[in-house]
Each structure stands twice: as structure tokens, then as C-alpha cells.
Design a protein around this ligand. Structure first.
Ligand SMILES: Nc1ncnc2c1ncn2[C@@H]1O[C@H](COP(=O)(O)OP(=O)(O)OP(=O)(O)O)[C@@H](O)[C@H]1O
Ligand SMILES: [Mg+2]
Length: 228
């Protein structure tokens, strides 16, 4: 890829991540706290007034309380997906385990995470691997009809290899990934772009009726553009 195009892409992804971080903070620290407060107020009013309010009104309060709790849970979940604190606080492996649990809760797909002991990776590389796993699991949930998926992280000769596979229905890959992008399907192309930015590579294989496998490999040292 041309150097100036790579530079531009890297800046775009960086700006996008910054924006996600800001939005996640705002949602988590401010909006969700307000909704929680609202929820507690509703609960207080309902319990204080429970003796003299007619049953119908008490039922309405109960519904309001449940809705506000749902809004609170939804905002928290969305903030986590935008920028999981767990990635910054605990690193890639716990963050992948968290992703796996989320997809199991949401879609009932059994996801196993197996990891080697991996040396500390540059934060940029961790974020790229996390975003790729996140999109791969989203795709598994939305398109694959799989019952099981696996994420593995292996360490080999100064490189880390992450594989995400599923036992779903598979799909036919176009001649070039950019053909998907031209149809407004940006997930797989985005994965390829992100991994290139940290000096890595991607391999996507899929077989109809058998499932899909995505393998990404990235150097464990910070990628320096002048090496390319
Ligand atoms: N694990 C999978 N199992 C089955 N089909 C898949 C899987 N992953 C991707 N696909 C197919 O490949 C297509 C392209 O995936 P891609 O992530 O690029 O786009 P999308 O998910 O359709 O849209 P977007 O990611 O932009 O919201 C999907 O529309 C789907 O048909
Ligand atoms: Mg997708």
C-alpha cells in the first residue's frame, strides 16, 4: 500500500478509536449514572406511595422502573462494546474472554478461548486484535448459524497468531475482499486494513456447510512503517 494512503488510514482509525473512547466515557460516567438515578427515584416514589396509590398506577410505576433498568443495562453494555475498559485495564486475553461470554449470553453460541502465554503486546496491536475478534464474533452471530466458535492465541517466533473459527454455514468469498466493501459490507475489509497497519496479515477461509476460519498474524514488537 502507498505510504501516504497507509498514513491516512492509520490516522482515520486512530481518530475513530479516540472518538469511541470519548463516547464510551461519556455514556458510562454520565448518561448511565443519570439513568440509574432516575431508576432509583422511580423505585422510591413507588415504594413510598404504595399504600395509597391504586393498583393500576403501581403497575405503571413497576413498568417504568423496569424500563429504566433496561435502559441502564443497555447503555452500560453499549459503552463497554465501544471501548471495553477491560482491554485497557487487564489486557487482551481477559478482553477476549469477556467478548466470548458476551456472545454466549447474547446468542447462545458456545465460544472457547485458548491462549498461549503471550508476551506483552504493543497497545495498538492489542486493540487491532480485539477489534478483529469483535467483528468476527459479530459476523458469527449475525451470519453463521453456528453453534460453536473458537478463539485461539498462539505465540511463535516474535509473532502472535489469532484464529477465530466457527462451525456454521460458511460463505463464498468474492475474488477480492474489496468486492464486499463495494456492496457496503465493511467488516472483513476493515479487519484486513487494521491488521496491515500493525504490520500483520490475514487469511480468511470459508467452506459452505462447514464453517469459517479467520487467521491473523501480527509481530509482537511495535511495527515501524519504515520497515515495510
Ligand atoms: N462467520 C461467517 N459465517 C457465515 N457468513 C459470513 C461469516 N462472516 C462473514 N460472512 C459473510 O460475509 C459477508 C461479509 O462480511 P462483512 O463483515 O464484511 O460484512 P457484513 O457483516 O455483511 O456487514 P458489516 O460488517 O459492514 O456490518 C457477510 O455479509 C456474510 O454473508
Ligand atoms: Mg460484519
Amino acid at each position: 500500500m502507498q505510504d501516504n494512503l497507509r498514513f491516512y488510514l492509520r490516522e482515520c482509525l486512530r481518530a475513530q478509536e479516540e472518538e469511541r473512547k470519548r463516547l464510551a466515557c461519556e455514556l458510562h460516567d454520565d448518561t448511565s449514572q443519570l439513568v440509574l438515578l432516575l431508576s432509583r427515584h422511580i423505585d422510591n416514589i413507588a415504594s413510598e406511595a404504595s399504600n395509597y396509590l391504586p393498583q393500576e398506577l403501581r403497575n405503571e410505576f413497576e413498568k417504568l422502573y423496569e424500563l429504566s433498568q433496561q435502559a441502564y443495562e443497555g447503555i452500560k453494555r453499549y459503552a463497554q462494546a465501544l471501548r471495553p475498559r477491560i482491554l485497557d485495564d487487564l489486557g487482551l486475553v481477559p478482553a477476549l474472554e469477556w467478548l466470548a461470554q458476551e456472545i454466549t449470553k447474547l446468542a447462545g453460541i458456545k465460544v472457547q478461548v485458548k491462549t498461549d502465554t503471550v508476551p506483552p503486546l504493543p497497545p495498538e496491536t492489542q486493540l487491532v486484535l480485539f477489534r478483529i475478534a469483535q467483528e468476527a464474533l459479530n459476523n458469527i452471530h449475525r451470519h453463521s448459524e453456528a453453534s460453536e466458535a473458537n478463539i485461539t492465541l498462539e505465540y511463535q517466533e516474535d509473532a502472535v497468531r489469532m484464529t477465530i473459527s466457527d462451525n456454521g454455514k460458511g460463505f463464498e468469498l468474492p475474488q477480492q475482499l474489496s468486492d464486499f466493501a463495494a456492496q457496503g459490507k465493511l467488516g472483513l475489509t476493515g479487519m484486513a486494513e487494521r491488521i496491515q497497519l500493525v504490520g500483520g496479515e490475514i487469511e480468511i477461509t470459508s467452506q459452505i456447510g462447514k464453517g469459517t476460519k479467520i487467521i491473523v498474524k501480527a509481530p509482537t514488537k511495535l511495527y515501524n512503517e519504515s520497515n515495510s
